[in-house]
Design a protein around this ligand. Sequence first.
Ligand code: SKM
Length: 269
Amino acid sequence: MKKWFAVIGDPIAHSKSPQMHNTWFAELNINATYIPIHVQAQDLSRAVESLRLLGASGFNVTIPHKEAILPLLDELDPMAQRMGAVNTVVRLADGRFKGYNTDGVGFVRSLEAQIGTTHRKDAVLLIGAGGAARGIAFAMQQAGYDHITICNRTVARAEALVQELNMGTAISLQQAELDLANYNIVIQVTSAGLNQNFALPFALTHLQRGTVVADIVYNPLITPFLAEAKHKEATIVTGVGMFVHQGAIAFEHWLQQQPDTNLMIATIS
Ligand code: SKM
């Protein structure tokens, strides 16, 4: 029987997940389809029940439901539980829904696909301490990065994340701007890059040539932050790799097959 998958969110029209997963189904000859479903916050619980009733084999969860969905699921992967956010749901053989988080690991895979795994002892600066930053911080810690500094407009939030990780240092944006030369990997994890008119979190005056600079936003592909970093001859990592890899890990959970990420990154970029 044909399987079906979905992505739920609000808004949802912009999502490239349907295009990505349907392309992979076709490439791998899988009899399945993937659709976008617009779900508003007040309807989340009924939407999850409907997905269950109508037999979805799995689905992705995007903004603003990644946290609110946790209590509506039957089981959580320990990492998703720790992150407090789910972006992938799998229907188990017995029909129960299990939640995973593939965003953080997707980021690490994307980063390492570009720079390799030899940088794990490098000094990492995370800019931001919200939901996405949490996912990335936990996944990087799990991958063996052990020199992580978190800076945030509200330093108390960065401190809270450092405490949860039980590792790292929290600093202010001003401090990060001054110390920028001390980091080998700088990751922009706020939504600032989404808006072309948004101010940079801070000036990149002290950024060293060759520093790895990543952004999690993929539309625009080159955010103002990455544009400035490129200008300073940094090695830039766009958000498209994270998007494709989080989708590929979800796909693996659903279908136990590995889709082609490189071709997809080239197609979406
Ligand atoms: O975490 C992902 C989610 O799985 C799908 C998505 C999308 O379709 O735009 C974006 C991210 O939130």
